[in-house]
Design a protein around this ligand. Structure first.
Ligand code: ADP
Length: 323
């Protein structure tokens, strides 16, 4: 039994070694930089060089020419492989250090930002009477800018956790419709300012899903925030939550600026912002969808979209129903 277990484990590890995309994602590097890819290339190169050496040295009668030249070729390949392996190791260490730095810096920033939030809140609530209109407006601005900073720092922390495989999600029974309604309720004032209409359509009774309520809420917030951000004044946003097999689907449709066709394959990449979006809306980091994708996929769901530039976008994600 133990023997079969070990055999399966070795087989899985081998298959994992060949999964270049996964390896690249885990190390935070490109596919061509992964150790497996480089070893495959070196393997192929070594075979070709050794075969060539064999055919060339066939022209010489003395067999020691073949042996010496093969030894030399093997030694050179070995040294180059060692250098590349070291380079990758350093690259991986640097990548890890970068994630750790982002994580520590974000943690340290959280405390003073929270203090600014409490202080401004206190001033606006308790000492409002002693302030004139301009002072109140200034304080409100400080509060709003600080909230944006808190949001950014929290996004950076999440990204660092994702990159270090430390994003821990609970799997509880969650009412997705309730979360969607709450998030809509929070964003309506912002949408109203730009005359954007938001409608939500669901069946009365839908099953619960399995997931982490706080993080699912974050994924919904990111999609809804994008829909509002990238929709022109007077636009329309429709949200639909429905059942499909063993999943609940959350779908959000807008008639906004859309995504240019040549850039659709990069939408879930970290820090990606499409050309039209960055011109239309300077406020954005390109982290929201990367975080949403990682949350949904870690909860065994999927996330996808369809978009046409200047027509609109439909973003959807699925989460497994709790049985
Ligand atoms: P951010 O919105 O902060 O730039 P996101 O990761 O949330 O970052 O989104 C990445 C990019 O995907 C956006 O910059 C934008 O180009 C595009 N995008 C996302 N949602 C929409 C949408 N509803 N309509 C048009 N473009 C979108």
């Amino acid at each position: 039994m133990e023997f079969f277990k070990n055999k399966t484990k070795i087989k899985l590890e081998f298959v994992n070694d060949l999964n270049l995309k996964k390896q690249a994602k885990e190390l935070g590097i490109n596919i061509w930089q992964t150790p497996s890819f480089l070893f495959i290339i070196f393997g192929v190169a070594a075979t070709i060089i050794m075969a060539a050496t064999y055919f060339i040295s066939k022209n010489y009668e003395d067999p020691s020419v073949l042996v010496i030249s093969e030894c030399l070729v093997v030694a050179v390949i070995f040294i180059v492989e060692m250098l590349v392996a070291r380079f990758i190791e350093q690259l991986t260490k640097l990548n890890k250090m970068k994630s750790e730095f982002v994580s520590i810096a974000s943690h340290q920033l959280r405390t003073p930002l929270s203090a600014i939030k409490w202080e401004t809140e206190l001033m606006l609530k308790k000492f409002k009477k002693g302030l004139n209109k301009k002072q109140i407006k200034n304080l409100e601005n400080i509060y709003a800018i600080n909230q944006r900073m808190i949001h950014l720092v929290s996004d950076l922390l999440d990204v660092a956790r994702i990159d270090q495989n430390r994003l821990i999600l609970r799997k509880q029974k969650i009412n997705l419709v309730e979360i969607a309604k709450e998030v809509v309720g929070e964003i309506i004032p912002k949408a109203k300012l730009r005359n954007i209409e938001i409608n939500i359509k669901t069946k009365k009774r839908l099953p619960l899903v399995l997931g982490d309520s706080e993080k699912i809420r974050l994924a919904v917030e990111n999609l809804l925030d994008n829909a509002v951000k990238y929709t022109n004044n007077g636009g329309k946003i429709n949200i639909n939550v429905f059942e499909s097999g063993s999943f609940l689907i959350f779908e959000i449709t807008d008639n906004g600026v859309g995504i240019p066709q040549g850039q659709t394959n990069r939408v879930f990449e970290k820090f990606f912002r499409s050309d039209n979006a960055s011109k239309y809306q300077t406020d954005g980091t390109g982290l929201g969808l990367y975080i949403a994708k990682n949350i949904v996929e870690q909860l065994d769901g999927k996330i996808w979209f369809q978009s046409i530039e200047n027509v609109g976008s439909v973003f959807s994600f699925s989460l497994p129903i709790e049985r």
